[in-house]
Design a protein around this ligand. Structure first.
Ligand SMILES: Cc1cc2nc3c(=O)[nH]c(=O)nc-3n(C[C@H](O)[C@H](O)[C@H](O)COP(=O)(O)OP(=O)(O)OC[C@H]3O[C@@H](n4cnc5c(N)ncnc54)[C@H](O)[C@@H]3O)c2cc1C
Ligand code: SF4
Length: 334
């Protein structure tokens, strides 16, 4: 680790002041809890001259959670989110994801916005400057090749590992973004562009967010369909403090003996959090072994774990499938 380089820290107290600071410093970075950004700065991965902290912006801290709706400000901490009575009662998937991020000391600082916009990770990237330099860097920084997939044709496969995104994706959450052109609301799924297609038509592990210049996440919100049961599980190497080997959020609705609605989302596998497509076709009848097998098939087709962590990609894909099947079965049984 190197000492932190010099930077200017701005501490606005209103959203208007954040926007003004962003306009004055177009190359600035937003600072949530700094539990990822400051680590990357210290490693020499990035060196922004100006950081704009959102910790003092009271408007961005609000958490509201009733039986019908949840709304979470981007500066709310993960510790507050995990402890919130309304979130725990009505949106267990969100509380469970928040309380499994890192360890307690990170969670009191870490914010919802920082977790949703968390930089993608790779064993060739989350390293010191000299380590990366000795390996001639890689596409995600200043290098010319991808060490994970040398024939990637310009595509980076660094993995999105934030725990909160899948929990919110299964609730069909919407993100409110603020920027120089005003406010826009987008499905949370559209915040993520890391499809890593080799035709270059979308983003990848390097360009993984659809935020426009100067834009930031102000809040995230979702409605709660009646009868939805939800939960989040992750497998990690060290249970006390660790990114997911794979993390899975499941939300489902049961109507008598039939599976009426099934939503499954993953993290720790692809350069974006993945909301599994095709689960509607698994609904309408009981949760049989045949349906579970079809769920496994969807996971196998859509989860593209590469060798970006110390855990092999094929193992992470297996873990994702097992977690999805287990959680779906548990929630269906009630
Ligand atoms: C030891 C350790 C273990 C960890 N384990 C996990 C884990 O298990 N799961 C996990 O998900 N994470 C983990 N992390 C990463 C990190 O702690 C969390 O993801 C945390 O939630 C990041 O939030 P933050 O507010 O600290 O983000 P910051 O570091 O402040 O910011 C992260 C990124 O988001 C951007 N950003 C911040 N707020 C906004 C906003 N409102 N709009 C747009 N961009 C924004 C920043 O500019 C930066 O690029 C771990 C970190 C450490 C050090
Ligand atoms: S996937 Fe390749 S380009 Fe991306 S961070 Fe890893 S080594 Fe670098």
């Amino acid at each position: 680790m190197y000492p932190l380089p010099e930077f200017e820290l701005l501490r606005p107290t209103t959203i208007d002041e954040v926007l003004a600071a962003r306009a004055r410093h177009p190359d600035s970075r937003l600072l949530g809890g700094g539990t990822d950004l400051l680590v990357n700065i210290r490693r020499g991965i990035e060196a922004p001259a100006v950081l704009i902290a959102v910790a003092d912006v009271a408007e961005l801290h609000a958490i509201e959670a009733t039986a019908g709706e949840i709304s979470i400000g981007a500066a709310a901490t993960l510790a507050d989110l995990a402890a919130h009575d309304g979130v725990r009662a009505h949106y267990p998937v969100v509380a469970e994801a928040a309380e499994q991020v890192a360890g307690p000391t990170q969670r009191v600082m870490a914010t919802v916005g920082g977790n949703l916009c968390l930089d993608t990770r790779c064993i060739y990237y989350n390293q010191s400057e000299w380590w990366r330099g000795a390996n001639r860097h890689c596409l995600k920084t200043t290098g010319e090749m991808c060490h994970v997939a040398p024939k990637s044709r310009g595509v980076c496969f660094a993995t999105f590992s934030g725990d909160l995104a899948p929990a919110l994706l299964v609730l069909d959450a919407e993100a409110t973004l603020l920027g120089p052109d005003g406010l826009r609301r987008i499905p949370l799924a559209d915040l993520y562009t890391g499809y890593a297609r080799q035709d270059g038509s979308t983003g990848d592990g390097k360009n993984y967010l659809s935020l426009r210049p100067g834009e930031f996440v102000a809040k995230v919100a979702a409605r709660n369909p009646r009868g939805l049961r939800s939960a989040y599980r992750k497998i990690r190497v060290r249970r006390s403090i660790e990114y997911p080997v794979a993390g899975v959020a499941v939300a489902l609705r049961r109507d008598g003996d039939a599976l009426a609605d099934l939503r499954v989302a993953f993290t720790g596998t692809n350069p974006r959090p993945v909301r599994l497509e095709g689960t509607d076709a698994l609904c309408g009848g009981p949760l049989t072994e045949d349906i579970c097998q079809k769920l496994d098939d969807l996971v196998r087709d859509q989860i593209m774990a590469m060798k970006t962590t110390f855990t092999p990609g094929h193992y992470r894909r297996r873990v994702a499938g097992v977690l999805a099947r287990r959680l779906t079965t548990e929630l269906f049984a009630g």
